[in-house]
Design a protein. Structure first.
Length: 402
């Protein structure tokens, strides 16, 4: 009798009942399988994923090379021990590949499990290396949701109920040269997204970024660039800092790093990273960081990005979106590469367009700190025919706005 009762409860009801909710209006899509840029719900309806699972699926969902790498690792071992003790081949090979595509001063990788954890590790590393406590972040920044990451979030609404947070955190305006003088010899680090994502895709000027780099060098503060959303080709370069001719002291990675598997990393020079290993030892610890299956998937993912030469295709795809997304309701198309957004006038419009697109099989979303813009960040493998198709759907939805 009890089995009968349980069988009558749908997965959607169980989702609401037994899994913690992060909003009162979840999307409630139940996906049966995913492939490439498509998600398929339980009725077989196909959706184009125009947000890439939030900047994760740069090479599409379930790329065959990633699946093969996962299967091969499953036959060897899963978790063995905590991070940093055993020589685990998938982690070693992945780190080797990663540093081979990074500038020489980013030569040492600390693998963690997520973006927020990468933020946490980097903040600790900067404090430890410099012996200073002040952290500078930007208004409207998003670096994750854990306590340290929340402390450097640039949106008071999300923070106020969780205070006290980390002390000695100050905020500057993104892309404001006049604020750079607030970075001083007291500053341990400046943490900044290379382009701000959740603020509604804000792109910094080249001059500003170069002055920021110079100011950090002058005062001995470490520059942490958060490319958790922007890396792995999304902006038309493998790493977004390449647009600016600068190199951070610490680079944060996650999201697309694992090709769909959970993994994050902070990357620095070995000389900097070395402080975590001494006096006391175990300055930063993680049980699952650099999980062998995630590392195997991450290596395959990076090889696909490089071998399929996905990055050079990004600019022409951006140009096509910009050419097609012209409509009286669109105030601006902002961003870089396939990290774009479409600025509308109100949240109501954004919600309505999102719902209309959903009905037509296009998944589109908004931003944490900018509810009036819509995120356009498809997998980099999207074809020009598919771009034309989704833009047609978006324009038809905009036509229906009052
Ligand atoms: N940093 C940036 C720029 C992000 O966009 C995100 C997530 O959206 C994070 C950090 C946090 O990553 P995670 O959700 O893996 O903790």
């Amino acid at each position: 009798m009890q089995a009968y009762t349980i069988a009558m409860i749908s997965n959607k009801q169980l989702f609401l009942l037994n899994t913690a909710q992060t909003s009162t209006t979840p999307k409630m899509l139940e996906i049966e399988h995913a492939s490439g840029i498509y998600l398929y719900d339980t009725s077989g309806k196909a959706y184009i994923d125009l947000v890439s699972g939030f900047a994760v699926s740069n090479i599409g969902h379930r790329h065959p090379a990633v699946l093969d790498a996962i299967r091969a690792q499953l036959d060897k071992y899963l978790h063995l021990t905590v991070y940093g003790e055993y020589v685990q081949t998938p982690m070693v090979k992945f780190a080797e590949k990663l540093v081979s595509v990074l500038p020489s001063r980013l030569n040492n990788v600390y693998f963690v499990n997520s973006g927020a954890e990468a933020t946490e590790g980097a903040l600790k590393l900067a404090k430890r290396f410099t012996g200073r406590s002040q952290i500078i972040s930007c208004h409207n920044a998003y670096h994750g949701s854990t306590h340290g990451a929340l402390s450097v979030m640039g949106n008071e609404e999300f923070k106020q109920k969780y205070r006290p947070l980390l002390p000695d955190v100050s905020f500057i305006n993104f892309n404001a040269v006049e604020d750079l003088e607030l970075i001083t010899t007291e500053t341990a680090c400046v943490i900044m997204e290379t382009l701000q994502g959740e603020a509604g895709i804000r792109v910094a000027d080249v001059d500003y970024m170069q002055m920021l780099r110079q100011r950090c060098d002058e005062v001995g503060a470490l520059l942490i660039l958060d490319e958790i959303q922007a890396a792995f080709g999304r902006t038309g370069k493998l790493f977004a800092f390449e647009h600016y001719g600068i190199v951070p002291d610490i680079l944060l990675l996650a999201k697309a790093l694992g090709g769909g598997m959970p993994i994050g990393a902070f990357v620095a020079d070995k000389r900097v990273m070395g402080v975590l290993a001494e006096n006391p030892i175990l300055g930063h610890i993680t049980t699952f960081g650099g999980h062998p299956v995630s590392c195997a998937a991450g290596l395959a993912n990076l090889e696909v990005i490089l071998e399929e030469q996905l990055v050079p295709t990004v600019f022409e795809k951006e140009a096509l979106f910009r050419e097609l997304l012209v409509h009286p309701k669109i105030r601006e198309v902002r961003g870089m590469g396939l990290m774009l957004c479409m600025q509308l006038d109100s949240f109501q419009q954004v919600e309505q367009v999102s719902q209309l697109c959903g009905k037509e099989g296009v998944i589109i979303d908004w931003f944490l700190h900018c509810e009036t813009a819509m995120r356009i960040a498809p997998p980099l493998i999207i074809t020009t025919a598919e771009i034309r198709k989704v833009c047609k759907v978006i324009l038809a939805a905009l036509d229906q706005l009052a």
